[in-house]
Every structure is written in C-alpha cells, then in structure tokens.
Design a protein around this ligand. Structure first.
Ligand SMILES: NC(=O)C1=CN([C@@H]2O[C@H](COP(=O)(O)OP(=O)(O)OC[C@H]3O[C@@H](n4cnc5c(N)ncnc54)[C@H](O)[C@@H]3O)[C@@H](O)[C@H]2O)C=CC1
Ligand SMILES: CC(C)CC(=O)C(=O)O
Ligand SMILES: [Mg+2]
Length: 347
C-alpha cells in the first residue's frame, strides 16, 4: 500500500507528522510512504503549487494524506500560482467529487462546543459536499463594466450529472445511518440550486427508504446552531458545504477536530483535515493534530480496507480526550506533540 504524504504549508506539516506517528504505531511498515511538496512549499521549491511530480505521486498512490496549503507570502501571486490551486487542482485532476465531512460530538467535549452542552450533545452528522464543481470551478475573471468600473465574476454552474452522482453518495451515506437526508440549496434565488433540487427529488425515487427534505442555506446555517441534532446527512454544493462544515466544526468544539475524505468514483481518496494552514499559529506547536489523525483513520477505513485499525485510532482519540488532553483551541495547554502522545498512549 502506497500512501502519498503531502504536508503543504503552515500547520499542515506539523499535524501530518503526528498522523504519521499514529499510523506507524498501528500499522508498522504495512504502508509505504512517499512525500512530495505541495502548495506554497512547492511554489518556493519548484515554481508551481502542484508540480507534475507531486500530481504523479498522487495518481500512483493508493491514497493521499494531505496537510493544508496556504501561505500569506503568496497572496499577491497570480491566482494560478497560489497555494490553494494545489488542492483545487488535485480534486479536479483526480476526480475527487465526493467530500465527506463527519461532525460528531466527543462526549468529553460538550463544554468545548460553542453551543450549550445540551444542544451540542445531539450532534452526529455528515456533510456530503460536492467538491469539483460550483462557483469554485466556473469561469472567473475581471472585466470592466460599461461605466468603467472594475468587476470580478465567478460563474456558478452544475450540470445534472454532477448533481446526480453526489445525490447518490448522499442517499447511500444516509442509508448506512439514520436514513435522513437534508439537501441544502438556495433554490429560491439561484437557478443552479433549482436544478440541484429537481435532481435530488428525481434521485430520491431510487431511495424510498431514505427521507429527503430541503433547506435553504441561510436557514440551514441557522438550524445548525439552533438544533444541530435534527441533521443526519446533509448534501450540498461546493461553496455551501465549505462554509457549513467550518460552522459545524465549532458546534463540536474546534475546527482542529474535523477530518474529511475526498473520494472519486471508485473510492480512491484524498484525506485531509477541513482546516487550512493557520498561519496565525504555525510554527508554535499549538495546532490540534486530531483532525489530521482522524483523517488518517478515515483513510484506513475508506481506501485501505483497514476498518478495525480506523476504529482503534478513533477510540484512542476519544480516550485521550477523556483523559483530559486538550490543545489551546479546546481550552487546554497541550502542544501538538503532547496531544498526539496522548493518542499514542491510548492506542
Ligand atoms: N484544504 C486546505 O488546504 C485549506 C486551506 N486554506 C488556506 O489556509 C490559509 C488560512 O486560512 P484561514 O481562513 O485562516 O483558515 P484556517 O482553517 O487555516 O484557520 C482558521 C482559524 O482556525 C484556527 N485553526 C485552524 N486549524 C487549527 C488547528 N488544527 N488547531 C488549532 N487551531 C486551528 C486558526 O489558528 C485560525 O485562527 C489560507 O491561505 C486559506 O486559503 C483554508 C482552508 C482549507
Ligand atoms: C482552500 C480552499 C480551496 C478550500 C477550502 O476551504 C476547503 O476545502 O475547506
Ligand atoms: Mg474550507
């Protein structure tokens, strides 16, 4: 089994090294790793955020473990050379259209949630986010209006095949859980969303055992803090899913907790924390490594056929939290390394 390790920028390398330690403890040398630069690190080393050698490694590997990309020093580069293009490029090139972002409250963290504990305790949901379409990948640019004003534009578009395939992932995911699927859109305003809703309803005919409902994204954002326990599986587009998943992370305690899987049609995947490179805390040993460690667990389950090992890692994370280990984002003082040590000790 070959795993591509793409640490990236900022806290990406700091959290990925801890995920690797946990994988080594669980699997020994059952996995071969190859590492390659990506994002700002790759731009500085090779002049491009996603060098051919990195993309080729990602293609060859059985799975990809990704840290984060983003470097303030690159924010004035032309867009094609910015670090974020690396993760967008990987998603596009590898066809990673299905992004699973589970958010479940660890019982020990009820007091770390931004919500009242009695509300937070009910959270056990999965956001299924479409990842290769929408406004992130539409035509974009700058132009001048008839009045001579500068204008920026980004085209939001989905075709029915793109919606149908993510709908199926949403229904299949719900089928393995509580059989409730909430589709989030903005069909009262956006034509893209009206098509999204129409296709969701068509696909629902193949899943009579799953209850489908629809929410506008503004209401969904409100419901997510009012009563998050109502959600089982949420299926939504690229932009709305990006925003709602950061929001869901604070409902369970921290953005440093949420892992993700980005899957292609055949189940090959890239695994990464949902957070970014966190330049404000990079290099200080403060980053919470749990999102990266839980992403490694998702990789074992979804791409490497090691569900029992994934269970073991997730149980160790819960035990470490139960033992009181907390990084700063969770109100504690543990360093990145100390938090991972607590997980290793609980394996
Ligand atoms: N998949 C990726 O590689 C992503 C990259 N980014 C990039 O990351 C850079 C920073 O973006 P931001 O908007 O600041 O989002 P961010 O997720 O990096 O950070 C947001 C806030 O959460 C905190 N935070 C994030 N991860 C944490 C962790 N593991 N432990 C403790 N605290 C944590 C940060 O310190 C910061 O205050 C940008 O260049 C952005 O484009 C953002 C999101 C995803
Ligand atoms: C960095 C962006 C391209 C994406 C993002 O914020 C995310 O996927 O969560
Ligand atoms: Mg995001």
């Amino acid at each position: 089994m070959l795993v591509a390790l793409l640490p990236g920028d900022g806290i990406g390398p700091e959290v990925l090294v801890e995920a690797r330690r946990v994988l080594d403890a669980v699997l020994g040398d059952a996995i071969t790793y190859e590492e390659a630069p990506v994002g700002g690190a790759a731009y500085h080393a090779a002049g491009h955020p996603l060098p051919d050698a990195t993309l080729n490694l990602a293609r060859r590997a059985d799975a990809i473990l990704f840290g984060a990309v983003g470097d303030p020093a690159c924010d004035s580069l032309e867009r094609a050379l910015r670090p974020e293009q690396a993760i967008l490029g990987l998603r596009r090139a590898l066809g990673l259209f299905a992004n699973l972002r589970p958010a479940k409250l660890f019982a020990e963290l009820a007091d770390a949630s931004a919500l009242r504990p009695e509300i937070a305790r009910a959270i056990d949901l999965v956001i299924v986010r479409e990842l290769t379409g929408d406004v992130y990948f539409g035509e974009k640019g700058r132009r001048e209006t008839a009045d001579g004003l500068r204008q920026g534009y980004d085209v939001m578009a989905y075709d029915e095949a793109e919606v149908r395939r993510i709908a199926r992932i949403g229904f299949e995911t719900a089928r393995k859980r509580q059989r409730r699927l909430t589709s989030v859109d903005k069909a009262n305003v956006l034509e893209t969303s009206q098509l999204w809703r129409d296709v969701m309803i068509e696909v629902a005919a193949d899943y009579p055992d799953v209850a489908l409902d629809h929410l506008y994204v503004d209401n969904a954002a409100m419901q997510l803090v009012r009563a998050p326990g109502q959600f089982d599986v949420i299926v939504t587009g690229n932009l709305f899913g990006d925003i709602l998943s950061d929001q869901a992370s604070m409902c369970v305690g921290s953005i440093g907790l949420l892992p993700s899987a980005s899957l292609d049609e055949r189940g090959k995947g890239l695994y990464e924390p949902i957070h970014g490179s966190a330049p404000d805390i990079a290099g200080q040993g403060k980053a919470n490594p749990l999102a990266a460690i839980l992403s490694a667990a998702m990789m074992l389950r979804h791409s490497l056929g090691r569900a029992a090992d994934a269970d073991r890692i997730e149980a160790a994370v819960a035990a470490a939290l139960a033992g009181g280990a907390r990084t700063g984002d969770l109100g504690g003082t543990a360093s990145t390394r100390a938090m991972a040590d607590a997980v290793l000790a609980a394996l």
